[in-house]
Design a protein around this ligand. Structure first.
Ligand SMILES: Cc1ncc(COP(=O)(O)O)c(C=O)c1O
Length: 458
């Protein structure tokens, strides 16, 4: 049921509301990841099936969040479930805690699809992948600072939890953005390590980077900001030239775009080989995962050797110092890799990813037509199987351009959509899957029209 409190649209989902109140007693804010929180309370799900989620009140939704893009085969795809269970049955264990063959198979598969990733290490999340990528870059260049772009998200690491969503008041000049911390609990001096650059503005980026080249180990970016604002060709090629010239490691964070904008990620589309790439999400088939890969000479800095183990009692600390530390109890988890491998096989076969992308384009076109028929300034922006809905006709090239869009209107609409069986965290991106059907697309467009009428009526 939709409710309106003042001019804020909200809803009443009784079982979710009760669970949320209960959750709040033992879990801060009732959620285990801050991104899962939204107003008035997040919706608790109890079942997932194909493109659908079913909440604890029994309501069915077409899911466009897909666990923030991770589930490109939808919920509980039999091929992914079977691959995982079969691996478990065949090996008799959940995890070996030793090297195993699937790590090599997956690493080889990644190096084929992403030729810039000559060697691979696995992690348990995108955040951990970014941590290792930055550490490798610092070790390789022997410089200590990094630069990131305003509005780009790279996980929860202190050094990159900067200027992801800065307010107009704090953001500073457009061509020389202020670094703004996104969390309390991070020491102010962490800001000394991170420069903030303006995305899709090569001239301003170059001027900042040249000034700091002597101390910059790496520049990290989402080649498609937030998965939906692509870098301009001239910008990203210019950035590659600049980093090559100045001995700065270029890191493409393809956690969101990997296997989604194309099998070989945004780097395949832009035809650029970054020095290091981070992957996550789709790579794990829905299980927690991350991967780091890049030029062999950079990656080899983390190569273990028998004398370089920090955990070895009486080990030689001089030797460990020369090795980039990378470890993790669950790295290369066999079940995760089995699910991820099957996901990649599926996407490769029968052009399945191409199908997902054409369904995405169909939905985008139909939504654009719908809003145009109501004379509303709306556009969809995106790449491959991800897109966003933006209420403005202005060109969107970076984070600050998004300030021009009517987010209050979008939020009302998204809240109404949650009552009409379309699941997306308000204001988030749409991700599509192998199992979304043409019927789902019809229903989604119908729901948008109804939601729009309701919002316009209020
Ligand atoms: C581009 C990008 N990098 C890194 C991360 C962090 O990944 P994880 O949530 O697996 O730690 C995300 C997560 O959304 C992301 O989108």
């Amino acid at each position: 049921m939709v409710k309106v409190k003042g001019d804020v649209t909200t809803y009443e989902k009784i079982a979710s509301s009760k669970l949320f109140q209960h959750a709040e007693t033992v879990i801060p804010g009732g959620v285990t990841a801050n991104i899962k929180h939204f107003y008035p309370y997040p919706i608790f799900m109890k079942e997932g099936k194909g493109s659908k989620l079913i909440d604890v009140d029994g309501m069915e939704y077409i899911d466009y969040s897909l666990c923030y893009g991770a589930l490109i085969t939808g919920h509980g795809h039999p091929r992914i479930v079977n691959a995982t269970i079969n691996h478990l049955k065949e090996t008799g264990t959940i995890i070996f805690g030793t090297p195993h063959e699937l790590e090599i198979t997956m690493a080889e598969k990644i190096t084929k699809l992403y030729p810039s990733m000559e060697q691979i290490r696995f992690t348990n999340s995108g955040t951990e992948a970014v941590l290792l990528a930055i550490r490798l870059a610092v070790a390789y260049t022997k410089k200590s600072r990094i630069a990131k772009f305003e509005g780009h998200y790279h996980g929860g690491l202190n050094q990159v939890l900067v200027s992801v969503n800065p307010s107009k008041k704090n953001a500073g000049e457009e061509t020389a953005p202020n670094p703004v911390l996104e969390s309390s609990g991070i020491a102010e001096n962490e800001l000394d390590n991170t420069l903030v650059l303006p995305f899709n503005n090569l001239q301003a980026t170059e001027s900042i980077v040249r000034k700091h080249a002597h101390e910059l180990a790496a520049i990290i970016l989402e080649p498609v900001q937030g998965g939906f604002i692509p870098a301009e060709e001239s910008f990203i090629h210019g950035l590659k030239q600049l980093t090559d010239e100045l001995n700065i490691v270029l890191i493409f964070d393809e956690v969101k775009t990997g296997f989604r904008v194309d099998l070989g990620g945004a780097q395949q589309i832009f035809n650029i080989k970054p020095d290091i790439t981070t992957l996550g999400k789709v790579l794990g088939g829905g299980f927690p995962v991350g991967a780091v890969g890049g030029r062999k000479e950079i990656m080899m800095q983390s190569a273990a050797n028998a004398n370089g183990d920090v955990f070895a009692v009486g080990g030689d600390s001089k030797k460990t110092k020369n090795i980039v530390f990378h470890s993790g109890t669950y790295n290369g988890h066999p079940l995760v890799l089995a699910a991820g491998m099957e996901t990649i096989h599926m996407l490769e076969t029968d052009q399945l990813l191409k199908d997902v992308i054409s369904k995405t384009m169909l939905l985008r076109t139909r939504l654009e037509k719908l809003y145009a028929s109501y004379c509303i300034d709306m556009q969809t922006i995106g790449m491959g199987s991800i897109f966003n809905i933006v209420f403005t006709n202005e060109t969107i090239k970076n984070y600050r351009d998004m300030w021009k869009s009517d987010t209050a209107f979008r939020e009302k609409l998204d809240t109404e959509l949650l009552n009409l069986g379309i699941y997306l965290k308000p204001l988030n991106r749409y991700s599509m899957s192998v199992v979304h059907t043409l019927e789902d697309i019809d229903k989604t467009v119908e729901a948008h029209e109804l939601a729009l009428k309701r919002v316009l009526r209020k």
